[in-house]
Design a protein around this ligand. Structure first.
Ligand SMILES: [Zn+2]
Length: 257
């Protein structure tokens, strides 16, 4: 029985993670960084080397060696002076990593009592170690969640994911009402700050006052009023429900030629 199970696990691995055997955790992190960097850009732009480096917390000069390696594995296309772009296979691996990361985060918060400010770093480590079998068992036990504790969408096992670009609270005009969909999960202190304000995915906020020149924003949140800095508001992604539309040009729209 043990042999049978091992065989099944190996088969799952082969199907779900094509180039996994060839990749180190560091290489996997590159693919994720390229995916996330490119997603922030206008339609289909390459991920810039500097941005990849910033996301990985390393010097830009040390990025090109790994990009060349990933290019040889057929996972990225390097574009001179522009940066890197994922191939279909690279993208598939990046999305699998995001799936792993986000399912682990849901598991830690809902099953093990972790706070939402406490799971990102743990998930960064475990996403490379967990087998696909373990992740799929976790997903099933959790009822196949669609989003992680910070509101980020969880790609399906087939690599489908909601890639809509959401505006941020910093772009929301006065008197507009929005639902918080997602918040940045990188900084635990930021998440604790949001806890103190009472802002979570699902919170409904109305902008009461926006100070000019990127000043603070006053929002109504349930029955309370809260003031937050525009830097913090820029890390809170929303879906507008009502009120005047944002004057900020739509991100993700057509690029000016
Ligand atoms: Zn995370």
């Amino acid at each position: 029985m043990t042999a049978e199970r091992t065989e099944r696990t190996e088969r799952t691995e082969r199907v779900a993670r094509p180039a996994h055997g060839a990749l180190t955790g560091q290489a996997e992190d590159y693919l994720k960084a390229i995916y996330e960097s490119a997603k922030q850009k206008q339609n289909g732009a390459a991920a810039a080397t500097n941005d990849i480096a910033a996301r990985l917390g390393i010097a830009p000069a040390s990025v090109s060696g790994m990009l060349q390696r990933l290019a040889r594995l057929g996972l990225v296309k390097v574009e001179r002076y522009r940066g890197a772009r994922l191939t279909a296979q690279g993208r598939r691996i990046a999305l699998q990593l995001l799936r792993r990361h986000r399912i682990i985060e849901v598991f830690l918060t809902t099953q093990l009592g972790y706070g939402w400010d406490d799971v990102h770093d743990e998930a960064e480590r475990l996403e490379h170690a967990a087998s696909s079998d373990l992740i799929e068992r976790m997903a099933k036990a959790l009822g196949n969640p669609r989003s992680d504790p910070h509101g980020a969408p969880i790609p399906t096992a087939d690599g489908e994911v909601d890639e809509r670009r959401l505006p941020t609270l910093a772009e929301l005009p006065e008197l507009a009402t929005a639902t918080v969909v997602r918040v940045s999960d990188r900084d635990p202190a930021f998440l604790r700050y949001l806890d103190a304000l009472g802002i979570r995915p699902g919170s409904v906020v109305t902008v009461l006052l926006r100070e000019p020149f990127d000043g603070p924003i006053t929002v109504k949140l349930g029955k309370t009023k809260q003031v937050l800095g525009s830097g913090a508001a820029a890390r809170v992604y929303i879906e507008q429900e009502s009120g005047p539309k944002s004057r900020t040009p739509v991100v993700g729209g057509r690029k000016r030629q």
